[in-house]
Design a protein around this ligand. Structure first.
Ligand code: AMP
Length: 390
């Protein structure tokens, strides 16, 4: 494959328009990355087991195979100038294997750290940043000791593979401990886990940071509202004191520096009533809470990701307008589509998924507004999201 990455700017090798970016994973994040990449003239290849997946619909080619199919990852690497991924459970060894064939600007350290909650918490703490108090627990006795240390309530999470609250359990009392004991007895398995102290947060927030390996830029801090552990609303910007904004930006920069970040990293946060900023978890990729950036910022999280992995300079993202983003899950598809005519102010995104399922992320709506509280009320008043009301 001809090298399309010869132009250099300082020490950064810059990928040229016409080069091919390979994406492992073909869901909505890959699709929005691909759409951003297309503006710069990049070609896109995607590896995903579902033919005509959301990313394939806007890509140049698809390799239809499982994400952990090594032969397929090699093929994608051979046909791409740069590899990236849209989710964190990619086989890091497989990516290391193909580094002779293609560039992997994000490296694999970021993946290895964010795939494992123990490594992740340790990395965050080592970079001067607060998490919930936590203990590694590999068996039931360790869990009992950890509960003695941290007290109730506490959150038990599997070290690997959890998302949107899957693989986690809030423990309120010894009765809940008994549930865990019984589960271990029934299955004979105690998955490697961590126990976290329960954070009594005022609200949840997140910040995105993007880099090209050398320079880093942050997006505004936003407020996130979850329902049943799935993101429902993002409100941009979050209303926070200056000290919270400064600490959030500073911790994002410390983490990005630590990773020599290329591409976009999402940092999920708890903000406490006494203005402490606590990192919950990291996502080494664009994030659902950053979808608002497509319309509301001078550069989107997807464009920043593409520029970053292409070794391009990154402009500082500016918030052009406050915004509210609401997720469209399977049960919201019909009602939100019925509203297209009535709501020209809605930026309705649909991910092109063939199968509509309850709680599956199918699209989102972003509303630009000068008054986010009113926009939230107006969105809720449509009744489209009434199933999520408390
Ligand atoms: P996670 O899968 O780690 O993002 O957790 C899913 C959700 O569970 C978070 O968005 C929080 O609402 C809640 N949660 C997770 N960890 C804690 C904690 N240590 N204290 C309080 N709430 C938590």
């Amino acid at each position: 494959m001809p090298s399309l990455s010869e132009e250099t700017s300082g020490s950064i090798t810059m990928l040229q328009p016409g080069a091919t970016i390979g994406i492992v994973g073909g869901g909505q994040l890959g699709r929005m990355m691909a759409l951003a990449a297309k503006y710069h003239g990049f070609r896109i290849g995607v590896l995903d087991p579902t033919p005509d997946c959301p990313t394939a619909q806007v890509s140049d080619f698809q390799i239809v195979a499982e994400y952990d199919d090594r032969k397929a990852i090699h093929e994608l690497a051979e046909r791409s100038d740069v590899l990236t991924y849209e989710f964190e459970n990619v086989d890091a060894d497989a990516l290391d294997e193909v580094r002779g064939k293609t560039a992997v600007p994000q490296g694999t350290d970021l993946l290895r750290v964010t795939q494992d909650r123990v490594f992740e918490k340790q990395f965050i703490n080592d970079h001067g940043t607060q998490t919930a108090p936590w203990r590694q627990v590999d068996d039931f006795d360790q869990l009992v000791r950890a509960i003695n240390d941290l007290g109730y309530p506490a959150v038990l999470k599997t070290r690997r593979g959890g998302y949107d609250g899957h693989g986690q359990l809030v423990l309120h009392s010894d009765d809940d401990l008994d549930i865990v004991r019984k589960r271990e007895q029934d299955t004979g398995i105690f998955p490697p886990s961590i126990l976290e102290g329960f954070v009594d947060f005022a609200f949840e927030a997140s910040i995105l940071i993007s880099g090209n390996g050398k320079d880093f830029v942050t997006f505004p801090i936003v407020r996130n509202e979850h329902r049943h552990n799935i993101l429902h609303l993002t409100i941009a910007p979050a209303t926070v004191d200056d000290e919270v904004a400064q600490e959030t930006e500073a911790l994002a920069l410390r983490l990005a520096n630590g990773f020599e970040l290329a591409g976009t990293l999402a940092i999920e946060l708890f903000i406490t009533k006494d203005n402490k900023v606590i990192v919950n978890e990291l996502a080494p990729r664009p994030h659902n809470s950053g979808h608002y950036t497509i319309e509301a910022c001078s550069i989107s999280q997807f464009d920043a990701h593409i520029r970053g992995i292409a070794g391009w300079p990154l402009p500082k993202p500016e918030l052009l307008s406050p915004a509210v983003m609401a997720n469209v899950l399977g049960q919201h598809v019909a009602p939100t589509r019925a509203m297209i005519g009535a709501h020209p102010e809605w930026n309705l995104h649909d991910y092109g998924k063939a199968e509509i399922k309850h709680n599956r992320k199918m699209g989102h709506v972003t509303v630009l507004t000068s008054d986010t509280a009113s926009a939230v009320s107006e969105l809720e008043a449509t009744g489209c999201w009434s199933d999520l009301e408390d």
